[in-house]
Design a protein around this ligand. Sequence first.
Ligand SMILES: *[C@@H]1O[C@H](CO)[C@@H](O)[C@H](O)[C@H]1NC(C)=O
Ligand SMILES: *[C@@H]1O[C@H](CO)[C@@H](O)[C@H](O)[C@H]1NC(C)=O
Ligand SMILES: *[C@@H]1O[C@H](CO)[C@@H](O)[C@H](O)[C@H]1NC(C)=O
Length: 383
Amino acid sequence: MVSSSLILSVVALAASVIAAPAAPAITPAPVASAVAKRGTSCTFSGANGYASASKSQASCATIVLNNVAVPSGVTLDLSKMKAGTNVIFQGTTTWGYKEWKGPLLQIQGSGIKVSGASGAVLDGQGAKWWDGEGDSGKVKPKFFAAHKLTGSTITNLHIKNTPVQAVSINGCDGLTITNMTIDDSAGDAGAKGHNTDGFDIGSSNNVVIDGARVYNQDDCVAINSGTNIVFKNCLCSGGHGLSIGSVGGRDNNVVDTVTFSNNQVTKSVQAIRVKAKAGTTGKINKVTYSDITMSAISKYGILIEQNYDGGDLHGTATSNLPITGLTLSNISGKGAVSSSGNNVVVTCGSSSSCTGWKWSNVSVTGGKKYASCSNVPSVTACS
Ligand SMILES: *[C@@H]1O[C@H](CO)[C@@H](O)[C@H](O)[C@H]1NC(C)=O
Ligand SMILES: *[C@@H]1O[C@H](CO)[C@@H](O)[C@H](O)[C@H]1NC(C)=O
Ligand SMILES: *[C@@H]1O[C@H](CO)[C@@H](O)[C@H](O)[C@H]1NC(C)=O
């Protein structure tokens, strides 16, 4: 139900839509013109909201999605908006159940400003899909494709219970995501939630993620390719920590200039992980981790590997995807790693495939020493 005080207005399609009293889709404003004017604010609600928004998006300067209930098996698709459109989520946005690949939400464009109103929640209702098998088992829709966004911002979005991966950032240039919450912690019960990556970033430049809180069961953030990416002031809980990669074997295999700063990683399998796929080519250059605090890490405090093959530390490390200029400073993890885990693990293919590293004030303890490190640069040691 939409409160009667809410002012609903839309121009395009107004004539063709009949608003049912119980769940008004869109209510026409008292405007005769069928041509959208600049400054038009459109509000879409209820079960028809997704379809109306898809159709009318190009004629709205502001799109308000108010308690939209997206039906099963379709994408809430905002990929055809005018440059500079504002998108505001209000109330609870839900999606119906179906086994399919998604995405459930897609936003694309230039100068787009997406925000969540106070109390707004995007609820993927993941429990309907969660079977403990993630990418296998039931076919699960990816949640949010933030693709081809340029000069855009996403602020204060609260996402919960994604069926599988949460936010995919791809083909973006100039995207700032501030204060996003991704809460898949309900998937911890019975280990049902799996492969619920927080942010997967590929082929994107100039991306800033600031103040995110991610509670999940896989990478908090995984950067497969891209340049000038910053991930700062974030909390990662329950998952696989702050990851570069896996890099290698994709269309784009270059990661250059990435900074993780002032992040907290807790209750996670790893905290810091850089994964180069064995036997592939590419490069990982100028990645910095600074002011990272870790606690309750079960397997690896810091893992830098050139022998990733879908699993960690498999086979022999190779050297055609060099890791250069890797900087770690102020890494705090005293007693953070479980006694069966390893504190710092480094496997490089050769002495020339890991160069220009600078590590200072790195303290990670609690676990045991890993026995099969290789070609470890002198700034660190396996421990
Ligand atoms: C993000 O959250 C912080 C802390 O609550 C707040 O100070 C800041 O203004 C928020 N940023 C935006 C862009 O809303
Ligand atoms: C490390 O921490 C110290 C003390 O808080 C600070 O002065 C320094 O700037 C930090 N170094 C980096 C690279 O962030
Ligand atoms: C080392 O890092 C910790 C936080 O990780 C910081 O509190 C401390 O001041 C740093 N020490 C120096 C000498 O930079």
